[in-house]
Design a protein around this ligand. Structure first.
Ligand code: LLP
Length: 403
């Protein structure tokens, strides 16, 4: 992809997100093949990158969607994912979201509390529907990842304890408005170690066995998302290792296996292109000031996340520099102590592994327009979201302006 970078920056401007759709196809196929002949559905976690064209690309490959708001459900539907391939999770669903999800007849509403279950039951009854549900179980396993993206411990807000889940299933089974056919867990994101996945999967599989024994027939076993990717030099889980561990602990269970990868599908499909504005030195500290910023890519500021940064087609001795944006926050950096050659106005920097949780976490802070997004597919490039304008940003305010 590197050869085209300058031309892409020229054609579409910067800052810019570029996604390699062929890479996404490859990731999808690799994971799907690792499930072999087993009944399985890959529900792409839309939150990682919710551009309609990205979702549509995965839809064509056969993916379903894992959504965490009704907005994401609508995106998945607009992009061509069938309702019966969509699941809706989230720790707090509003009435209007539950209503729409029931109305749209999606595969599963994934419930995260007893109170939410009662609410769904009531609303399904009003609509004369039987809500297909799964329950998110919190297996109390430490996923060994960043605390902000860890979700599978009791101290996290997600899911319900095993005993509570059991009580909820028994209640749901008796309800005329609930159909408890799925089970779900998701212990965290960027998991590079298989052990916590295997352990939580085993705990949940045991629960399914005990539910089946009392005639509660769980048909969908959802292992969540979280497969880690390489940002730097991490050794992470392969698709085969991942499915192998799942097969091992779900042995004998007649279920369709669901998983919800987000980052795995798209993180390394994406690069972020940004232009150098200036260089400066404060004391002994070198700064490279760019036209991209924390509002475009917040992962470094928020999680201290590492993204490899390199200068495109610039020669010279490498010295360390902090790569910073123009936003009025000291936390506005994309990289610290990055080895870079001497840079000039308009040189291009390439920020790697930015296909997941890049654009979707972007904001308009400092009234900065969100970047454009471009797809590369089979040697062609095309715009999949135009750059925001000032007018786009004020559109929802202007009519209320009193001077
Ligand atoms: N399923 C559920 C229920 C989730 O909560 C998540 C992510 C996923 C699937 C997809 O996880 P993945 O396969 O992408 O790891 N903003 C953070 C990541 C937050 C992830 C939240 N949940 C980041 O930039 O690292």
């Amino acid at each position: 992809m590197k050869i085209e970078i300058k031309a892409l920056a020229e054609k579409y401007g910067t800052p810019l997100y570029v996604y390699d759709f062929d890479y996404i196809s490859n990731r999808y196929t690799t994971l799907k093949e690792a499930f072999g002949g087993k009944k399985s559905l890959i529900n792409y976690a839309v939150k990682a990158n919710s551009n309609l064209s990205v979702i549509a690309h995965l839809a064509k490959l056969g993916a379903g969607a894992d959504c965490v708001s009704i907005g994401e459900v609508k995106r998945a539907l607009s992009a061509g994912i069938a309702p019966y391939r969509i699941i809706f999770s989230g720790v707090g669903k509003r009435d209007d979201e539950i209503h729409d999800a029931l109305h749209l007849d999606i595969l599963l509403l994934n419930l995260e509390s007893e109170a939410e279950m009662k609410r769904v039951e009531m609303m399904a009854k009003e609509l004369g529907k039987k809500a297909r549900i799964s329950i998110r179980v919190n297996p109390n396993i430490d996923p060994q990842t960043h605390p902000y993206i860890s979700t599978g411990l009791h101290e996290n807000k997600f899911g319900v304890e095993i005993d509570m889940a059991k009580r909820m299933y028994i209640y749901a089974k008796k309800s005329e408005s609930l159909d408890p056919i799925g089970i779900h867990f998701h212990i965290g994101s960027q998991l590079t170690n298989l052990t916590p996945i295997r352990e939580s999967c085993a705990i949940v599989a045991d629960l399914v066995r005990s539910l089946k024994a009392i005639n509660i027939d769980i048909k969908f076993f959802d292992v969540g998302g979280g497969i880690g990717v390489v940002y730097d030099d991490e050794v992470t889980i392969t698709a085969k290792e991942y499915t192998g561990a799942i097969f091992e602990v779900t042995k004998g269970l007649d279920v369709t296996l669901l998983c919800e990868p987000g980052r795995y599908m798209v993180a390394n499909a994406g690069v972020f292109l940004t232009k150098v504005l200036y260089e400066k030195v404060n004391g002994s500290k070198r700064f490279v000031i760019i036209d991209g910023a924390m509002n475009d890519l917040i992962r470094p500021s928020l999680y201290n996340a590492y993204h490899k940064i390199e200068a495109v087609e610039v020669e010279g001795t490498l010295t360390p520099a902090d790569v910073v944006g123009p936003v009025c926050e000291s936390g506005d950096f994309l990289g610290k102590d990055v080895a870079l050659p001497p840079l000039e106005h308009n040189d291009i920097l390439l920020v790697h592994s930015t296909g997941a949780y890049g654009f979707t976490m972007a904001s308009n802070y400092n009234t900065r327009a969100k970047p454009a997004e471009v797809a590369l597919e089979k040697g062609e490039d095309r715009l999949i979201r135009r750059r925001e304008s000032y007018d786009d940003q004020v559109a929802l305010e202007l009519e209320y302006l009193k001077k």
